[in-house]
Design a protein around this ligand. Structure first.
Ligand code: PLP
Length: 316
């Protein structure tokens, strides 16, 4: 990053940003890519560039694109979300999805896009489902967007090329700043037409960054070095989960631990503040009873033992 060659990305002449975008597009099997400030911005660009005012997108009730992005598509794009129940693997039942697609009639918003998220809460969305969803989308003339903030976790876990997943989607968002470990940024990858539109929207949103090569260099590093090592995060999550599952007072569903996330429930009331207890031991957590733990490249194997011991001590 220190040595990154920079230009002005608003003029499209930052060589490092261009290299990152080319690399991302190539890796995901898409024509083009655009570097964004965040995953939220990239998901928003995907919606703004594929839906018009008065269109709608179908999205899971608990999906990031619906629930955790401030209602951006509605606020900034006049695009209506149609949230739908989803199961623990991020699936919306396709039979019932059909009933959410609105007829071509001026009473209704025009249903345009179907959004999936993979991994979803660290769970892998089954490939057969994605394939069925694609057939469904084609039948109903919908585009498909993947919130792939953590899609490389899925690819590494399944031992497949990420293109085997992304090939079903018209657009894909990947976070460089999550498990991949870059400090900032995401990529939206899609057709050249969609990315050209996204570039205009990004500028409007204030996401046109000038000498952004400095942060793009971190993204290139992440894509070139930090994908296969996600398997280590998965292994550490499994060890963490096993350790915690043997701890009295912790409830955990081991089958839910597929990648880098561990969800636990603290069933025993110790009468103490768990956050403060952990903080005193240099462990930062959020939540009190339902806690999400995520392993990543700054967590060492030795940290896992320390964390498990801290939970054991707390509950004792
Ligand atoms: C983090 C995340 C995003 C958004 O990324 P930001 O960079 O935090 O805006 C989108 N989708 C999922 C599933 C995420 O985990």
């Amino acid at each position: 990053m220190y040595e990154a060659e920079v230009g002005d990305d608003v003029y499209g002449d930052d060589p490092t940003v261009n290299r990152l975008e080319d690399l991302g597009a190539e890796m995901l099997g898409k024509e083009a890519a655009i570097f964004t400030t965040s995953g939220t911005q990239a998901n928003l660009l995907a919606l703004l560039s594929q839906c018009e005012r008065g269109d709608e997108f179908i999205v899971g009730q608990h999906a990031h694109t619906y629930k955790y992005e401030g209602g951006g598509a509605a606020v900034l794009g006049s695009i209506q979300p149609q949230p739908v129940e989803m199961d623990e693997l991020g699936r919306m039942e396709l039979g019932s999805l059909r009933t959410y697609i609105k007829p071509d009639d001026y009473h209704f918003a025009r249903t345009k896009l179907l959004c999936l998220e993979n991994t979803y809460n660290g769970r892998i969305v089954p490939s057969e489902y994605i394939e069925q969803a694609k057939q469904f989308a084609d039948r109903h003339n919908l585009k498909m967007h993947l919130d792939g903030a953590r899609v490389f976790n899925t690819a590494v876990k399944l031992g497949i090329n990420v293109k085997e997943i992304t090939k079903y989607f018209d657009s894909v968002q990947i976070c460089l700043s999550k498990g991949l470990g870059a400090p900032v940024g995401s990529l939206l990858c899609s057709s050249k037409v969609v990315i050209d539109k996204a570039r205009r929207w990004r500028k409007m949103l204030g996401g046109g960054m000038r000498q952004a090569g400095i942060i793009a260099a971190g993204g290139i590093y992440a894509l070139e070095n930090n994908i296969q090592r996600l398997a280590e995060d998965h292994e550490k999550a499994r060890i963490l989960a096993e350790g915690l599952s043997k701890t009295d007072g912790v409830r955990i569903d081991m089958s839910s631990v597929e990648t880098n996330m561990v969800f636990i429930e603290i069933v025993k009331d110790t009468g103490r503040d768990i956050q403060r207890y952990m903080k005193e031991r240099n462990i930062l957590i959020t939540g009190h009873r339902h806690i999400r733990l995520v392993t990543h490249l700054d967590i060492e194997s030795s940290d896992i033992d320390i964390i498990v011991s801290a939970f054991k001590d707390y509950l004792r």
